[in-house]
Design a protein around this ligand. Structure first.
Ligand code: FES
Length: 134
């Protein structure tokens, strides 16, 4: 890798940042969800909220939305995560790693890798909440 290349976002990252998938537009009441999870990133203070619609018969995430105060990398990472997690069982969704998201996006700049954890933590929070109440 050439010097300075680690500052460059891949075309996939840029696409997901500029056209985020499953982003919750407007108020939370615009989406019919079963559970939500909210987390903050202790490194930068940004926040992420994830909303899940779950089929109790199959344990699958049938739909999801998210919103954040996070940066471009957090937005792109959570957009990618939302595509990876939709249609998966809760256990399958929990097994998605930050490395999976990084690979899906064609790699984030190394110093932005921590941003990819934010969406995943919100997903985990929502699933844990769902399991503790159902
Ligand atoms: S700098 Fe906060 S999530 Fe990226």
């Amino acid at each position: 890798m050439q010097e300075g290349q680690d500052w460059i976002y891949s075309d996939i990252v840029k696409d997901h940042f500029l056209n985020p998938r499953n982003y919750l537009m407007g108020d939370e009441s615009n989406f019919d969800y079963d559970v939500s999870g909210i987390v903050g990133n202790p490194i930068c203070g940004d926040q992420m909220k994830m909303f899940l619609k779950i089929d109790p018969k199959t344990d699958k995430i049938t739909d999801l939305r998210w919103k954040t105060y996070g940066c471009a990398s957090a937005i792109a990472s959570t957009s990618a995560l939302s595509e990876l997690a939709k249609g998966k069982t809760l256990d399958e969704a929990l097994s998605i790693t930050a490395e999976d998201i990084d690979d899906y996006l064609g790699k984030l700049p190394k110093h932005k890798f921590h941003c990819s954890i934010l969406g995943h933590d919100a997903l985990r929070e929502a699933i844990n909440k769902y399991r503790s109440t159902s």
